[in-house]
Write a protein that binds this ligand. Structure first.
Ligand code: ATP
Ligand code: MG
Length: 564
């Protein structure tokens, strides 16, 4: 691949996180250990943005001989579910990573509670009875300092008593919270006495009804990192403003201090990346499920035919940035093309079949040699049945060819891939004017597709023997959204206005090489001239369904050339 400003080939020696880590290692910080974690909230399926975070956290652990935990940030019982926990495990494994420890923030509820008591005893936390509206008024604005809550001066004894009773379930949801006593005048809104605990009489998918108070993200996250001995707590940029609070808790509790480091979250053009909105698309049936091949979820991308290698390579190429940016979706497509080009077996499949009868071909079948993958000698070759009646693509014939059209047209000769030269002699039309079949002749001396006398044919087309063909369904996908940024829509609209109404096209009557009638789910093939396709889970023996992963045309390679 060409080198250019987007840096797809030569990478800087170290990214800024690696620089921090190497400095820490040199200084012997944390006994020169590296311990990262990937901390999803199990409230949805992972998307490709998470894949970047996974590759980063597990990648750093691997590079520096460290460890990486998988931790479920399950502090929000109303939105979380074991279904999501299971899918997250599956996706991380599929991407090729094994975690060292598997933990749940809920494992630490007891410890977090004790620490909250400790903060109360230090005079650093208090129970506040303000209503939500009052609290937000008291909070002030970024330019106007907040006002201290009238409950801020409660005695330690009263706070201990009320907090215990909150825990014991004596109070209704929303009636009280536990807040940290930090600084209501801080320019950082997150430091204005943030909430530590809220009352929520809600069943938790792991702790059941043991708890009716739940820690807030900011209180649970850093302490969970600390308990696990995390050294570098990597998160996305929006948490930069939370860092002072992250550090405040650790300092007040006098516990192991991980270092929070922020990087830019991954954005991809024409792609939406928010679990909440993806859940809406699923619930409102805009897609068939979380694993719809048009979804940017890891399971959707997997079903679409992406390989773990291609995603890891993508994460590697985009690197880590300190500023938000948008990655061209063409780069992601480029990565899967590169990978499948090396791995995928070439086969012939006709999507829109047109029958061709080779009138001078005998009534027999012969076997022709076809190369499985020109990029991989070890892939070997296979035998292709050839007979008198074949299918070709409808758009490989034109009754009145335009100037640069070198495929089939009356009187014109083309090469059938791996087979013979054939010449179109006549065609048949039905009452509607639609072409129903072509009559051709072949040149026996051109067997294998080689010119017998040096005469040139410009077009080479793919084909399938009619009597031997497997009937298959093919699903063609286009972008789920038509807008470069699906989140940009006119006032009063919604990102759903940007949905592409033509993002799925199903072709029912496709004709494939015979062996494709029964191939394993998720196996990938290059359909010659058409793209890369992957076997969908909706397949059954004899009725296979193929998803188009990506077409052959590499728009990224073009972009790169232009940038040179
Ligand atoms: P979403 O807003 O899509 O629900 P989230 O940030 O709420 O995402 P979490 O489950 O909390 O999802 O995220 C787990 C980890 O993945 C976090 O460390 C988060 O920073 C990271 N992450 C989430 N989205 C992206 C993204 N687009 N790019 C990079 N990392 C991401
Ligand atoms: Mg989140």
């Amino acid at each position: 691949m060409e080198e250019n400003t987007t840096n797809t080939n030569s990478k800087p020696v170290l990214n800024f996180i690696e620089e921090i880590i190497e400095q820490d290692l040199k200084n012997g910080k944390n006994a020169a250990r590296v311990h990262t974690r990937f901390p999803p909230e199990p409230n949805g399926y992972l998307h490709i943005g998470h894949a970047k975070s996974i590759c980063l956290n597990f990648g750093l652990a691997k590079k520096y001989n460290g460890k990486c935990n998988l931790r479920f940030d399950d502090t929000n019982p109303t939105k979380e579910d074991v279904e999501y926990v299971d899918s997250i495990r599956e996706d991380v494994k599929w991407l090729g990573f094994n975690w060292d420890g598997e933990y749940f923030a809920s494992d630490y509820f007891e410890q977090l509670y004790e620490w909250a008591v400790l903060l109360i005893k230090k005079g650093k936390a208090y129970v506040c009875d303000l209503s939500q509206e009052e609290m937000s008024t008291y909070r002030g604005t970024p330019t106007k300092p907040g006002t201290e809550s009238p409950y801020r001066m409660r005695s330690i004894e009263e706070n201990l008593d009320l907090f215990l009773r909150m825990k014991n379930g004596e109070f209704a949801d929303g009636s009280r919270v536990l807040r940290a006593k930090v600084d209501m005048a801080s320019p950082n809104m997150h430091m204005r006495d943030p909430i530590l605990y809220r009352i929520l009489h809600s069943e938790h998918h792991r702790t059941g009804d043991k708890w009716c108070i739940y820690p807030m993200y900011d209180y649970a996250h850093g302490q969970s990192d600390s308990i696990e001995g995390i050294t570098h707590s990597i998160c996305t940029l929006e948490f930069e403003v939370h860092r002072p609070l992250y550090d405040w808790f650790i300092r007040e509790l006098e516990i192991h201090a991980p270092q929070q480091i922020e990087f830019a979250r991954l954005n991809i053009s024409y792609t939406l990346m928010s679990k909440r909105k993806l859940l809406e698309l699923v619930n409102e049936k805009y897609v068939s499920g979380w694993d719809d091949p048009r979804m940017p979820t890891i399971c959707g991308i997997r079903r679409r035919g992406y390989t773990p290698e291609s995603l890891r390579n993508f994460a590697d190429i985009i690197g880590v940035a300190k500023r938000d940016n948008v990655i061209d979706v063409a780069l992601l497509e480029h990565c899967i093309r590169e990978d499948l080009n090396k791995k995928a077996m070439r086969v012939m499949t006709v999507l829109n079949p047109l029958k061709v009868i080779i009138d001078n071909y005998p009534d027999t079948t012969e076997e022709l040699d076809a190369i499985n993958n020109p990029e991989d000698e070890t892939a070997g070759s296979r035998k292709l049945p050839f007979s008198r009646e074949i299918y070709v693509e409808r758009d490989d014939f034109m009754e009145e060819p335009s100037k640069k059209y070198f495929r089939l047209s009356p009187g014109n000769e083309v090469r059938l891939r791996y087979a013979y030269f054939i010449k179109c002699e006549s065609f048949v039309k039905d009452a509607n004017g639609e072409i129903t079949e072509l009559h051709c002749t072949y040149d026996p001396a051109s067997r294998g597709g080689n010119s017998p006398d040096g005469r040139k044919v410009k077009g080479t087309i793919h084909w399938v023997s009619a009597a031997h063909a497997a009937d298959v369904e093919v699903r063609l996908f286009d972008r789920l959204f038509t807008a470069h940024n699906p989140e940009e829509y006119p006032e009063g609209g919604s990102y759903k206005d940007n949905l592409n109404p033509d993002s799925l096209k199903v072709l029912q009557n496709c004709k494939a090489e015979p062996f494709l009638k029964d191939v394993p789910v998720l196996s990938s093939f290059q359909f010659e001239r058409l793209g890369y396709f992957c076997v969908d889970k909706d397949s059954a023996a004899g009725k296979m369904v193929f998803n188009r992963t990506v077409s052959l045309k590499d728009s990224w390679a073009k972009i790169e050339k232009k940038n040179d």
